[in-house]
Structure formats: C-alpha cells, structure tokens
Ligand binder design. Structure first.
Ligand code: WQD
Length: 341
C-alpha cells in the first residue's frame, strides 16, 4: 500500500484530496496544525470513506518539529503540500507571518525530499502567479507577473524554491496552479470552512443565502467584461482533488519530463460574478440579495485557464459544472450550524 502525506489535509482542498486518496487504497497521513480548520473534518473524511487517516498536529514551519515528524515517516511514497496561509487580504496585513509560514514549511519539507528524492512532491500553487495575464485563456508559459500580494508572492517564490532545490538536490516536483476552487463534496460531509467573514465569493454567497451575512456586495461593475463584473475560472473542489491524484501517480510512475512540471487546474471557462449569482439561484432555487459596490483593490479583470496541458499530459480535465458546484456548496452550507462564527 502506497503511503502519502497530505499537509493541510484538514483544509478545504486537502480534505477532498485525502478522501480521493483513501478511496483509491492509499495510506494517508494528514499533517495539520488546525490554524485554519477544525478537527471535525476528520470525522467527515471517515464518514465518506469509512477510513480515518492518521492525523499529526504539527507546525511544519518549525524546523525541529517538522524534522522530528518526518523522521517517523521515512517511507513516504508522496507528499501533497497544501499547508499554507491563503488569505490575500490578511497577507497584506501580516506579510512576515505569510513568508515564515508558507516558505518555512516548504523549505522544511524539501529538506526531507532532498534526502528522499524518490518521494513524489505536489505543490499547491495558484493562478495568482499570473497576475492580470496579457492573453486569455492563460497558458502555463504565460509570464509570471509581479505578485499583487505577499500571499501570491509566496506561491511565486515557492515555485522558484522547487526549481532551485530540484537542480541542487535531484528531487522532482509538480506545481499545480489552481484557479478558483469552489463547491463541496456531494455528500455534504466536508466542504469549505472559512473562519470569520468569508473573503471569497462563493462561501459569502452561501452564508448570505443562509441568513448568516447581509446581502452580497459585488465589487465593481465597470470592468471591460460581458456584464462589467470580474471574470474567474471556478472549478469544483473534487475536480481539483482528482488532479492531485493524477499528478502524484504521474510522478510515482516516473513519467515526469522535467524536474518541476507546472499545470493549470481550471475548467477553461470564465464566469462573471453576476453569472455565478445566476448559477447559484438556478441551482438552488434561492434568491440572493446583492448590490454593486466599489471595486476591490488588487482584483484582476479576468482570469481563466488554458486546460490543454493538463488534458494532454496529465490526462485530467474538470468534469463538474458551475451549477453542480453551486448545488454542492449550498448543500454543504445547509449542513452547518446556523449561527455565524
Ligand atoms: C472572485 C471574484 C471578487 C467576494 C482569491 C485568491 C486565489 C485563491 C482564490 C487561494 C472577484 C468578487 C468576491 C465578494 C465579490 N485563493 N467578489 N464580492 O480573488 O479571484 O482569488 O481566492 O488560493 O489565490 O487570489 O477569488 O472569490 O475572492 O473573488 O464581488 O464578497 O468575486 O471581486 O471578482 P479571487 P474571490
């Protein structure tokens, strides 16, 4: 049985990936220090799969703690690294925390990889590295633009650390650049658990529809797009999770063609904010209260993925629709307590 470490495995994408790994017979170790999630996610993973992953509450940004933890797992076949702080706005307020946490944990894990170069390594990156791309859809060889936030910068620097580390130490890695992961597992046993007021569009929509928040504010309606609102590539979190299995198995089977391969994870379809609202109302029958508000600083006008490389090289493509994502997100929201946190 192959053994895989999922860091941040109690988080949004990490928990959905742990479910897909367990369903395929992998032994799963989850490392998560609960900085942005709750331990009950383990119960949700078990409820779906009938298996409970081993969970280590470890701060991977602490070199000694990370080293001691990994010393107990010299036989890992793969590491899927999700653990990171990921709130764009918070990263502007607390850049040192973001650089320490996101880059420190990555470097500590890569020390293990340098000593165990056969271990597959999948890095959670982001379409944020492209900034406002010059061409749409965005291809993997599009230029990386100066980051708009310390969070985005940690993803850009993270990819550079992978490349420099692979060159010096002979390990390999795959970086997956997520577009906008949304939705929840159709069982409604796991999903997105934003702590505090959601910064992202879809969890704000579901909390507003559940009466936990006021009406949705749509940030800007004067962009050069079909209806004046920003365009994003919203991809179901289960599709994103499955891509990690494809990427890891590509590495375990030694099929990589360069030390660090990069793939976009998107649907290839852009949707405006107003189209997302319409999809939510169509998929759930719920009427959403919303109004236009001023633009949000740092927002790019439009971003959606060129999906050819992931399809041709990974053999993966997104299967779920925007409406399915909305229905699954709403079913998950309805399973949560009705008191705002
Ligand atoms: C989407 C659109 C907003 C909230 C960020 C990170 C990215 C990834 C996903 C971590 C934008 C609009 C939003 C609201 C709104 N995070 N919006 N009202 O900014 O594309 O991506 O989150 O990996 O790295 O950059 O996602 O969901 O915040 O915004 O109008 O209350 O919805 O202006 O156009 P974003 P988002």
């Amino acid at each position: 049985m192959k053994k895989v470490l999922v860091t941040g495995g109690l988080g949004f994408i990490g928990s959905h990936t742990a479910v897909e790994l367990l369903a395929r017979g992998y032994q799963v170790i989850v490392a998560d220090n609960l900085s942005n999630t709750r331990p009950e996610v383990l119960d949700g993973i078990e409820a779906i799969t009938g298996k409970r992953p081993i969970w280590a509450n470890v701060d991977l940004a602490d070199p000694a703690a990370c080293r001691a933890f990994l010393a107990g797992h010299p036989d890992l076949d793969g590491i899927i690294h999700f653990a990171a702080s990921k709130a764009v706005g918070e990263s502007v307020q607390k850049p040192l925390l973001y650089y320490h946490n996101n880059l420190g944990s990555l470097c500590n894990l890569l020390e293990h990889l340098a000593a165990h170069p056969k271990c597959a390594f999948i890095f959670s990156s982001s379409c944020t590295v492209y900034g406002q791309a010059d061409e749409l859809p965005i291809r993997e060889n599009a230029p990386v633009k100066p980051a708009e936030s310390p969070y985005g910068n940690t993803k850009q620097i993270g990819e550079e650390i992978l490349r420099d580390g692979a060159k010096a130490h002979g390990f390999r890695a795959i970086a997956l650049r997520y577009f906008n992961p949304i939705g929840a597992h159709p069982s409604a046993k796991i999903g997105e658990l934003p702590l505090g007021v959601p910064q992202n569009l879809v969890p704000f929509i579901t909390q507003s529809a559940a009466g936990l928040r006021g009406g949705l504010k749509v940030f800007g309606n004067d962009y050069p797009t079909a209806d004046g609102t920003c365009v994003r590539d919203y991809i179901h979190v289960v599709d994103v999770a499955l891509a990690h299995i494809y990427a890891m198995e590509r590495m375990i089977e030694g099929k990589g063609t360069e030390p660090v391969e990069v793939f976009n994870l998107g649907t290839g379809k852009g949707s405006t904010v107003v189209e997302v609202i319409a999809a939510f109302e169509r998929a759930t029958g719920k009427k959403l209260q919303w109004e236009f508000a001023p633009r949000r600083p740092g927002d790019v006008i439009a971003a959606y993925a060129d999906t050819q490389k992931a399809a041709q090289v990974l053999g993966w493509k997104a299967e779920r629709t925007l409406d399915q994502s909305m229905a699954d997100a709403w079913r998950w929201q309805q399973s949560l307590p009705t008191t705002a946190k």
